[in-house]
Design a protein around this ligand. Structure first.
Ligand code: NAP
Length: 320
């Protein structure tokens, strides 16, 4: 991974006194309650320190992408808006949404509420199956822009390899060339489906966003994407907690050694594999905890222990 840092320190700080007091109270409360959760993983000081310290990876077209972002699946209304604004306040810069989530307007509202400058964010959205095809993709893309309150996307993905996804790709290539999308990519594509797309593509996808977590390492895709220079991005980096991920004893034992939680060990594992992760949470303490993964390193033996957790099967059979 490229170790360049997305530097946000020069941004104007529009924090009002009331916001400052609220933030201070949240941080103080977190510092009191988190040790009671059974580990010393979190420190308010680190959360502040990490505010401008999310490393980036260079995509195959030269664009820098934060290695850690914020997922918004299933977040709606005020909770979505508030979570996005909170995530920006604690340091997240990459936001992942989709037409299918029905929340782009709320993500946009959260961004607006935060007061952050657009150029400091990395916004991803996705074209859904119903909008596949050349013309429909253009309309879907423009609708996403309008809802998000922006005039470009950093990353636009084909959500699933269904329908006329080759027609979608042709339009996405044009929108990319016109400067409306900084990078174009795919999601849920197998190596065979990637190859099929490449039979018509003139631009290689920059990213493939697929399910991957401690219980599903997707080694075939992992190796194929690496070979082809396509960045792998993890959806459900915690498997949404399925199969007991947050209480898994292997992850917990590793965490105890580093004074980190199972969530932090999971995210550090993604990072050391070179995979971008976009965990979702509505809790500010979890947002800060999930950012606090850049001050420790898993050993080769620990990476091997996590490699042994691979069940080589999806935790979301209902979506396949
Ligand atoms: N391309 C696709 O087809 C696709 C499919 C699925 C998802 N995605 C994207 O990937 C993102 C992430 O996946 P996901 O939202 O399905 O699931 P996830 O990030 O694996 O898990 C989310 C769950 O983890 C909990 N959590 C977060 N941080 C925690 C922590 N530190 N300790 C304990 N629990 C914690 C959250 O609860 P709390 O809110 O209580 O913290 C929430 O219930 C999505 O939001 C979406 O943007 C894409």
């Amino acid at each position: 991974m490229d170790k360049k840092i997305m530097d946000t320190r020069n941004q104007p700080n529009p924090m009002k006194r009331r916001d400052f007091l609220q933030k201070t109270a949240v941080l103080a409360a977190s510092a009191i309650f988190l040790p009671a959760l059974g580990n010393r993983a979190y420190s308010a000081t680190n959360a502040i320190k990490n505010k401008s310290a999310i490393p980036t990876v260079k995509l195959n077209n030269g664009l820098l992408m934060p290695v850690l972002g914020f997922g918004t699946y299933s977040l709606k209304g005020d909770i979505c808006q508030r979570s996005v604004a909170d995530a920006i306040a604690v340091g997240y810069r990459l936001f992942d949404t989709a037409t299918r989530y029905g929340n782009e307007a709320f993500v946009g509202a959260g961004i607006k509420q935060s007061g952050i400058k657009r150029e400091n964010l990395f916004i991803t959205s996705k074209v859904w199956v119903d909008d596949s095809g050349y013309e429909k993709t253009k309309t879907a893309f423009e609708t996403s822009l309008k809802k998000l309150g922006t005039d470009y996307l950093d990353l636009y993905l084909i959500h699933r390899p269904r329908g006329d996804f080759k027609g979608s790709w042709k339009m996405m290539e044009e929108l990319h060339k016109a400067g409306k999308i900084k990078a174009i990519g795919i999601s849920n594509f197998t190596p065979a489906q990637y190859k099929d797309l490449m039979s018509v593509a003139t631009i290689k996808p920059a990213v493939n966003q697929i399910e991957t977590h401690a219980f599903f390492h997707e080694m075939d895709s992992y190796n194929d994407l690496k070979k082809n220079g396509v960045q792998m991005e993890a959806w459900a980096p915690f498997a949404e907690g399925r199969n007991g991920l947050f209480t898994n004893e292997t992850l917990a034992a590793i965490g105890r050694k580093h004074h980190k939680t199972t969530a932090q060990v999971s995210l550090r594992w993604h990072y050391q594999r070179g995979v971008v992760a976009i965990p979702r949470t509505v809790q500010k303490a979890h947002m800060m905890e999930n950012l606090n993964i850049f001050d420790f390193k898993l050993t080769p033996a620990e990476m091997k222990a996590i490699a042994a957790l691979d069940l080589n099967t999806s935790q979301f059979p209902e979506w396949t």
